[in-house]
Design a protein around this ligand. Structure first.
Ligand code: SF4
Length: 351
């Protein structure tokens, strides 16, 4: 537990550090611009936060720029074809986010007149916006004094307080400790400062404590135990699923199939194949046609959140295109192929 005088000092130290050292990010309004009256655009912040949920700033930034160029407003995004949005998202993974992004834009356009809600509570009613994103948009764009907690923030508070409760089970303990520190003044800058601290100084393996504005307040630093935190429950080994896909070529085209809307990679394009589960006993029965299918050497391995997938890839060439959705190989990048399917295509050596 920390005294309120210490907490006040910590907030000020962090904000001072942020004013001098905070990151410049394309979607960010720096404190000097804020002071001059520039406001963060909730549409731009929302896009960045959804993209950043499972990836890094350098990977997400080009996608963010591409989306803003193609859809400068939330209404532009709402009016886009869903397939166009999915295709532009390809490579960012976790495609449910892209579907929700589009759904959310439509809701804001159709039901809220194209204007983002201004409070955490209202933002939480939108599809694809969870507690972290709602708290972040409300703080950054509307200066609501929310409690922003992501993985970076959890790591910082775990070290400041030496929290013994393990993640991911005991999320509430981390939220409660972060709430103790959260600043009611300059809430948006404070939230971004704390995320920056976690991302740039308080790294998982080699924190730069000598540069940290919270070093005098950090219990783990004091005891030389920084990397012992956060405590985590041991990850169970991911279950293994297997399957087979069929990559059929004809006249410079490849046969695709749209996956069902519901479920993993819902609505995305892929190759025909078996269900994923036990190793298929007779995989060729799921092939789109009888043919001399050739099994590619090796297999595709892909990690999803809840399981590991291994796919055998079969390939064949035909001279006449059968009925189905054929994609020009030279144009394959414009299809919303998820990474696992791109890996399958690569294994054939034909693209
Ligand atoms: S002193 Fe080190 S471990 Fe503690 S918050 Fe700062 S960077 Fe993290």
């Amino acid at each position: 537990m920390k005294k309120s005088t210490e907490i006040t000092k910590m907030r000020q130290r962090l904000l001072d550090w942020y004013d001098a050292q905070g990151r410049e990010l394309p979607w960010r309004v720096r404190p000097e611009a804020r002071a001059a009256g520039v406001q963060a655009d909730p549409y731009a912040v929302w896009l960045s936060e959804i993209m950043l949920q499972q990836t890094t700033v350098p990977h997400a930034a080009p996608y963010w720029k591409k989306f803003l160029a193609a859809f400068p407003t939330v209404s532009d995004l709402a009016h886009a074809e869903r397939d166009t949005v999915l295709a532009m998202w390809a490579g960012l993974g976790y495609y449910a986010r892209a579907r929700n992004l589009h759904k959310c834009a439509k809701m804001i356009n159709d039901e809220l007149g194209g204007t983002f809600p201004k409070t955490e509570a209202e933002l939480l009613n939108l599809p694809g916006i969870g507690p972290y994103t709602a708290a972040t948009i409300a703080a950054i764009c509307f200066d609501e004094a929310t409690n922003i907690v992501d993985g970076n923030v959890q790591r910082v508070v775990s070290r400041i307080f030496k929290i013994e409760d393990p993640l991911p089970k005991e999320q509430k303990t981390y939220r409660d400790h972060a709430a103790m520190l959260a600043s009611p003044q300059r809430a948006g800058d404070y939230g971004q400062a704390l995320m920056d601290l976690g991302a740039t100084l308080c790294s998982p393996r080699s924190p730069k404590c000598e540069l940290c504005p919270w070093q005098p307040h950090c219990a783990a630093y004091k005891d030389g135990q920084q990397t012992d935190y956060p405590k985590k429950t041991k990850k169970a080994k991911l279950p293994l699923r297997r399957g087979a896909v069929f990559v059929l070529f004809s006249k410079g085209h490849v046969l695709l199939e749209r996956r069902p809307d519901k479920g993993l990679l819902g609505g995305m394009m892929g190759f025909p194949g078996t269900p994923w589960g036990e190793a298929p006993a007779a995989p060729l029965e799921a092939a789109p046609m009888k043919r001399n299918w050739e099994k590619c050497e090796g297999e595709v391995r892909h990690i999803f959140t809840h399981f590991e997938l291994r796919l055998d890839v079969y390939t064949a060439q035909i001279s006449e295109m059968i009925e189905g959705e054929w994609a020009k190989l030279s144009d394959i990048k414009s299809y919303a192929l998820p990474s696992v399917m791109t890996k399958c295509l690569s294994l054939t050596g034909k693209a």
